[in-house]
Design a protein around this ligand. Structure first.
Ligand SMILES: *Cc1c(COP(=O)(O)O)cnc(C)c1O
Length: 405
């Protein structure tokens, strides 16, 4: 399928290019020292991850350890209540550890092991990436250093406990505001010293090349499975596919399966409390082109041109930019990006729990809310939503802020 002069039949061969560009977005904007490390990872990715041995081992792990393929569920009661298109969800909440993140963490950790590294390094904000990486590191027999701001360590006690139980070192970062930004800086600094023995593992389709490409390739399993399963279940392709976009990894995984099909694709960003800067994290809708964290994309900037403060009820979505591939798919129009507020999200969260017996992650509830709106608007046909994770991690927050509805 060709769309705005881009051939989606050969898309994955051409995007990103050899330097990690999706059109004008992507690339690698890091110190010469880190660039050496990025090139080592890129070379290793191109040889090791394409080898038959790596592919078959990862395939076995996905099946025997992660519990893949995850199923697709038809939301019959909810669809009937809405009276429009039929809703389906891809159940990444049933992937081991309860979200899609393990799909790329397992790929990254296995690559580290094949490269002969002893350790994986990362930062984490809410702790979800840290837990997924600590899980993969334990499975692969690697050390795991997770950098985390002191403020986040206090807020996210259960995830800190999980990481420690899994054998990871949680390293407290006490610089600046003591949150994610400082943790990123500390993790990169550590990596500069340790790159001979360690690899850095990013948490989404973000960062310098080759990470946006690598993480997409490891997440593709979601879209490939979903396309096959949906065809088998219904005999047709879905009319629309929906996923939430923070950095954009669960969305790129799902979208990859359908880019070359006559399927409408929607990426959903968090509108939080509203459109004023600081009240949301809808970078593709309200942002502009800019470089941060080592890559060029569309980002939310403050008056000095620095990354703006962002907010969302979903801690996994509050990032001031999105992966460069999303910026590219946004500009070419193949994927439509839209927004959902906190309030619509919480309504969808309870609706899915009550009507279907599935408690979604608050991140995923953004996609569910949009899917519900879309189903009503469409009136007929089918909508496939990526349910990126389960809501167990959000119970305390929901009870405290919203009570039982
Ligand atoms: C981290 C997370 C997200 C957001 O990350 P993406 O890279 O945008 O997918 C979405 N859903 C869940 C459940 C998460 O844990």
């Amino acid at each position: 399928m060709t769309y705005n002069n881009i051939d989606f039949e050969t898309y994955f061969k051409n995007y990103p290019d050899a330097n990690g560009y999706f059109g004008k977005y992507g690339g690698s904007f890091v110190s010469p020292e880190l660039q050496t490390a990025m090139e080592e990872i890129n070379d290793a990715y191109r040889t090791i991850c394409k080898s038959r041995k790596f592919i078959s081992e990862l395939r076995r792990i996905r099946k025997e350890f992660q519990g893949r393929p995850t199923p697709i569920s038809h939301l019959e009661r909810l669809s009937n209540k809405l009276g429009g298109a039929q809703l389906y969800v891809k159940r990444e909440d049933l992937n081991h550890t309860g979200a899609h993140k393990l799909n790329h963490c397992m790929g990254e950790a296995l690559l580290a092991k094949y490269m002969g590294k002893k350790k994986v390094i990362a930062e984490t904000g809410a702790g979800q990436h840290g837990v997924a990486l600590a899980t993969a590191a334990a499975y692969c027999g690697l050390e795991c250093d997770i950098y985390m701001g002191a403020v986040d360590i206090k807020k996210q006690a259960p995830n800190v406990a999980r990481m420690k139980i899994l054998g990871a070192n949680v390293i407290e970062v006490t610089e600046g505001l003591q949150t994610l930004k400082e943790a990123v800086d500390a993790a990169f600094a550590a990596y500069c010293h340790e790159y001979k023995d360690a690899i850095y593992c990013i948490g989404s389709v973000l960062g310098p090349h080759p990470f946006p490409m690598m993480v997409r390739e490891f997440q593709k399993v979601v879209g490939i499975e979903a396309r096959e399963q949906f065809l088998e279940m219904t005999g047709e392709l879905p009319d629309a596919v929906v996923a939430c976009v923070g950095g954009g990894s669960n969305a790129m995984g799902m979208f990859s399966g359908f880019l070359n099909d006559p399927v409408e694709i929607y990426g959903i960003e968090p509108l939080g409390r509203g459109p004023a800067l600081g009240d949301h994290a809808a970078s593709l809708k309200y942002g502009e082109e800019g470089i941060m964290h080592g890559f060029n994309s569309i980002m939310l900037k403050d008056e000095n041109g620095d990354p703006a403060p962002v907010y969302s009820v979903a801690s996994g979505l509050d990032y001031p930019s999105s992966g460069p591939e999303h910026a590219f798919l946004h500009d070419c129009g193949r994927v439509k990006y839209d927004v959902i507020t906190d309030e619509e999200t919480i309504d969808a969260f309870f609706e899915l729990a009550r009507m279907e017996g599935i408690i979604p992650a608050i991140e995923s509830a953004h996609a569910v809310a949009y899917g519900m709106k879309l189903a009503k608007e469409m009136g007929r046909g089918s909508v496939l939503i990526n349910l990126s994770g389960r809501g167990d991690k959000d119970m305390d927050y929901i009870i405290e802020h919203y009570g039982i509805r």
